[in-house]
Write a protein that binds this ligand. Structure first.
Ligand code: ADP
Ligand code: MG
Length: 702
């Protein structure tokens, strides 16, 4: 296994690195070994044979090379603004070069009347182009060194640059490494797969991703490495799923009994939508199969997921098991309690609630009722996980609005039962399919793709602060018609104090404009005690107040059908999926509803795109796609910590086809060889075990 140890060699043993730089590489880029370094791919390539004329520079160009002479080298500015400036000229014009650091060194290096090749990214400053911290090389040296026309560009950091690890030197290190790596990079895919897809070998691919001999080979290298990256994630997820199905036998809920029927016939106040029926059928099939269910239920806000959860729980109860329902906030847990108590009234179901603020006495009796089996359904927040609750026979766990729960928390829920219960994860954050395939690749997927009938799409309107009086007038009119209104303020941790002040100021100004006794205004925010929050929320639910001023604590799940207006203050500060969630709080009744986006005066292009998207569409899946495009998958709520989305080279949007193919091929291979025991599959098995050891504990992802 000499080959393995090459890639596992600590990076400081590479010529040109040493202990100090190695430490920086570890800290800044998480690069520990040769393998890590060779896996640090360029983020773009430039054509080194292409020299731009200064007159050709345009705003869209990322990196350019210019050949010319440098003059007017001087230090300008005071203190923090101190910088070195120089002028680069060719036969078409001039461009400024600037440096903020290493001034002395530069001053001593650059000589007048010598031709240089300057490489960097032009930016516009005070209407003129300049290049900050360009790389410079004498034209005569440049001609000697270009051996490859395409050169990779590596992203680097300020700290690395200060230690001399700029792009140019990273290229040097990489060259050293790639040369040494010859013959030492083991293949990870079976030869059958390589042949079938006509892929480059891993070694060829890694060589060409860093130093492509020609554009065609770069493409092939990218294709191979993208495929490999996506393929192994899918292989790992699907293998985990198979293993779980084999090891764990699920409780069998064989019959649909009395309570389900009673509920369906007597209690259900409306017809199920076709989509709800379809999903309930899928769940029933899982529950009766003898395998443990692990299903993700996706449905846009207001699509009626709670009902699906309730019917699934009733199936569990009919078969002699208990169920629990986890919600991300106390408000939501309370609301679920009310809904479930109301919906199951008279059919003999005991529902309890356990949250962080449940008093010790009640907690104790809850524990007893759970152990005795008397309690059928327990609703709660993550207090459910922390609390030493023990069930007598827990058969089904439903997790609502899952993006607030981490993967580890889901796993912990399992330990509440000898045999893992069935798990139904519900989410209203529509996740693009490609993302779902990766993030929840080992869960089965159900989708409610239809809203209950009679809903009018929410009208979304954008206003600037100047229109505030008009907005207040509109709110008054809606209140006169008996409607209720949410006013939501942003609150983020980084600026919590200031945000809280804005919220309180906003609340006071609303109370001034909507004075008692004619109006009543509720307020809810994260700093309040849970009991107070709940009190205020309940006043709103009972229509004792007409306006609810709050932070995003009401973002998820709250259901007040009579509320018809959602005003979002500083809407530009919210993420797209958050805006969509908030808008989903209205439009639940039959009346026309409105979402009013109040826009501050500093709005970035990206924020503008978010607001425009909100106006253009009500479709959660479309919104999720735009969100993914704008932010990249790593930033989507709740995905950051998963590690699953730190893709090195593949892109979940652009490489959708590769992803689908990788998933289906992984499935095919496992269906023939579930344990990867065939000799030809050994490279994949080995790579998978390294991956599992080094990175995520995939087994925990349920
Ligand atoms: P979400 O999927 O966002 O959790 P809810 O379960 O809160 O949605 O349902 C939203 C509202 O729609 C609730 O008031 C619920 O009673 C109602 N609802 C659910 N299913 C139907 C249906 N089939 N027909 C009419 N109304 C429904
Ligand atoms: Mg819900």
């Amino acid at each position: 296994m000499i080959t393995r140890s090459f890639l596992e060699t600590q990076v400081e043993y590479l010529k040109g690195v040493g202990p100090k730089r190695a430490e920086l590489l570890r800290k800044e880029l998480d690069i520990h070994t040769f393998g890590d370094l060779i896996g640090y791919y360029p983020f773009r390539y430039i054509d080194r044979s292409r020299i731009y004329k200064i007159s050709e520079i345009e705003p869209d160009l990322a990196y350019v090379q210019i050949k010319g002479t440098i003059s007017q080298i001087r230090i300008i500015g005071e203190k923090r603004a101190r910088r070195m400036s120089a002028v680069l000229s060719d036969d078409t014009g001039e461009i400024e070069l600037v440096w903020f650091q290493g001034l002395k060194w530069i001053e001593g290096t650059i000589q007048p009347n010598v031709e240089y090749v300057v490489f960097g990214k032009p930016t516009i400053f005070q209407r003129r182009y300049n290049i900050a911290h360009p790389e410079i090389e004498r034209a005569s040296d440049f001609e000697k060194t270009i051996s490859h026309t395409l050169q990779g560009i590596y992203s680097t950091t300020e700290k690395l640059k200060n230690q001399g690890l700029n792009n140019k030197n990273l290229v040097k290190l990489m060259k050293e490494l790639v040369q040494n790596a010859q013959g030492k990079i083991p293949e990870t895919l079976s030869s059958a797969v390589i042949k079938k897809l006509n892929l480059l070998s891993r070694e060829e691919a890694l060589k060409n991703i860093h130093f492509p001999d020609e554009p065609k080979l770069l493409q092939k290298a990218q294709a191979r490495l993208k495929f490999e990256e996506l393929f192994f994630i899918q292989l790992s997820l699907l293998k985990g799923k198979l293993l779980r199905q084999k090891k764990i036998s699920g409780f069998v809920f064989a019959h649909v009994g009395e309570k389900v029927n009673l509920f369906y016939k007597e209690k259900l106040p409306f017809n199920l939508t076709e989509a709800q029926k379809k999903v309930i059928r899928e769940i029933r099939k899982d529950l009766g199969s003898g395998k443990q269910m692990n299903r993700l239920l996706q449905g846009d806000v207001g699509s009626g997921k709670t009902l699906v959860a309730l019917m699934s729980m009733l199936i569990a109860i009919d078969n002699g098991y208990q169920a629990c329902l986890m919600a991300p906030t106390e408000i939501l847990a309370n609301q679920h309690l009310n809904t479930l108590v109301r919906m199951t009234e008279g059919i003999g179901v005991q529902v309890g609630l356990l949250t962080g603020s449940t008093p010790a006495g009640i907690r104790k009796s809850l524990h007893e009722q759970l152990l005795s089996g008397e309690m059928n359904i327990l609703i709660g927040t993550h207090a459910l996980i922390e609390d030493p609750v023990a069930f007598s026979k827990l058969g089904l766990v439903v997790i609502d609005e899952q993006h607030r729960f981490g993967v580890a928390q889901r796993a912990k829920m399992w330990s509440k039962s000898d045999n893992p219960p069935h798990v139904l994860v519900m989410t209203a954050t529509p996740i693009p399919r490609t993302l779902a395939m990766t993030l929840y690749g080992d869960l089965d997927l159900s989708v409610i793709d239809e809203l209950p009938p009679g809903r009018k799409p929410v009208k979304t309107i954008l206003y600037s602060d100047a229109a505030r009086l008009r907005v207040f007038g509109f709110m008054k009119q809606q209140i006169r018609e008996g409607r209720q209104i949410y006013v939501v303020y942003p609150l983020i941790q980084e600026s919590e104090k200031l945000d809280l002040k804005h919220l309180m100021d906003g609340y006071e100004s609303i109370v001034r404009d909507f004075p008692p006794p004619e109006y009543a205004v509720s307020i809810v925010h994260g700093q309040m005690r849970p009991a107070d929050k709940d009190y205020e929320m309940q006043r709103f639910v009972r229509k004792q107040t007409q306006i609810m001023v709050s932070t995003t604590v009401i973002e998820v799940g709250v259901d007040v059908p009579n509320a018809s207006v959602m005003v979002i203050e500083n809407a530009e500060r919210f993420g797209l999926s958050q805006l969509h969630q908030l808008r989903g709080r209205v439009g639940r009744g039959a009346d026309q509803s409105f979402c009013i986006l109040m826009m501050g005066d500093k709005v970035s292009n990206e924020a503008r795109k978010r607001l425009e998207t909100m106006i253009e569409t009500n479709d959660g899946f479309k919104i999720a796609e735009v969100d993914l495009r704008l932010r990249g998958p790593g930033d989507l709520q709740g995905t950051r910590q998963s590690g699953l989305l730190d893709l090195k080279i593949a892109d979940l949007i652009r490489d959708e086809r590769i992803l689908k193919y990788a998933r289906s091929l992984a499935g095919e291979i496992l269906s023939l060889d579930p344990e990867l025991e065939f000799p030809e599959n050994q490279p994949m098995k080995q790579y998978l075990s390294i991956m599992n050891r080094d990175y995520v504990n995939w087994g925990l992802i349920s």
